[in-house]
Design a protein around this ligand. Structure first.
Ligand code: ADP
Ligand code: ZN
Length: 298
């Protein structure tokens, strides 16, 4: 039995179980690190002494995933007030006395989708979330990519037609990167109304689909994934998927040729099969790897 934590800027989702058919969850608002982690500890402590073997955490970032770093397991330079350099993995490891593994929220979601969802059986896949922020994770040869730090696909730079879209973007670092132009808060700021209140025929969605298609195009030509899963609150607009697929096909212009990129686009670009549970379920996969690592080093 594993524990999973999806650590988000708004809420923490905790789960205990073994998979989608066996998962008990609870969620807590993200307040101060002390208060939030106390709620998380209490949740798991109630089940500890029982069969809980390890904890996995998929967290908002940036996070330090380098075992050689003194901030390994910490959230690092986040703009989230009070959460800079919080030792998320260390604090939970100490409190619960269990092996803990940490990765980004999107890598966790991707692991969940690869085990039980829309990327099952694939070796190369990408998961992007379009929510309060934009983030992405990649699996290459069956392994999630960390690289130097970890991918930050939300900050891709895309062609920005200032005439068609004079909105300057919201990213505090880059202005009009993908996150700056296409996150939920960016949609809201551009149109001065919350994204979920914009009707399906609103021009907002053509612009949104354009940026998402450009991102999918860039990721396709960079990593050649077998599938790109797009989740997050903004994708709760189901009509966005056909718009993104059509725009992607238009700008790809048949350059990369594969049936998945023509007749198979409905599968190539698709929502997470695990829906909002991808992150917490993927954290169980991380927990499993924490256990294997702990057993291996014993
Ligand atoms: P977070 O990124 O904080 O983990 P979400 O993925 O749910 O959470 O993203 C929240 C963002 O998604 C908000 O900015 C909100 O405007 C947007 N959003 C939530 N629901 C919808 C919806 N039904 N349609 C469009 N946008 C939505
Ligand atoms: Zn940016």
């Amino acid at each position: 039995m594993f524990g999973g934590v999806e650590a988000g800027g708004t809420k923490f989702v905790c789960g205990i179980g073994t998979g989608p058919d066996d998962l008990v969850t609870a969620h807590f608002p993200t307040t101060t690190p002390e208060q939030t982690l106390r709620s998380v500890n209490d949740f798991f402590s109630r089940h500890n002494g029982g069969p809980l073997q390890a904890i996995g955490i998929g967290s908002f970032g940036p996070v330090d995933l380098d075992p050689a770093s003194r901030h390994f397991g910490h959230i690092t330079s986040t703009p989230k007030q009070g959460w800079q350099y919080v030792d998320l993995a260390g604090l939970l490891r100490q409190a619960l006395n269990l092996p803990v593994a940490l990765d980004t929220d999107v890598n966790a979601a991707l692991l969940g989708e690869a085990r039980w969802g829309a990327a099952q059986g694939l070796q190369d896949a990408i998961y992007i979330t379009i929510g309060t922020g934009v983030g992405g994770g990649a699996m290459v040869h069956g392994q999630v990519v960390h690289g130097l730090v970890h991918p930050e696909m939300g900050h891709l730079h895309l062609p920005h037609d200032w005439t068609a879209d004079p909105f300057p973007g919201l990213c505090p670092f880059h202005g009009d990167c993908l996150e700056g132009l296409a996150s939920g808060p960016a949609v809201q700021a551009r149109w001065k109304q919350p994204a979920h209140t914009l009707p399906p025929d609103h021009p907002a969605w053509t612009i949104e689909a354009r940026y998402l298609a450009l991102a999918v195009m860039n990721l396709t030509v960079t990593l050649s994934p077998q599938r790109i899963i797009i989740g997050g609150g903004v994708m709760q607009q189901p009509h966005l998927f056909p718009l993104v697929r059509n725009e992607f096909a238009r700008i790809m212009n048949s350059y990369v040729r594969h049936p998945h990129l023509s007749t198979g686009l409905d599968e190539y670009i698709q929502p997470p099969a695990l829906g909002g549970r991808a992150g917490v379920l993927g954290s169980l996969v991380l927990a499993e790897s924490a256990l294997h690592q702990a057993e291996g080093s014993r």
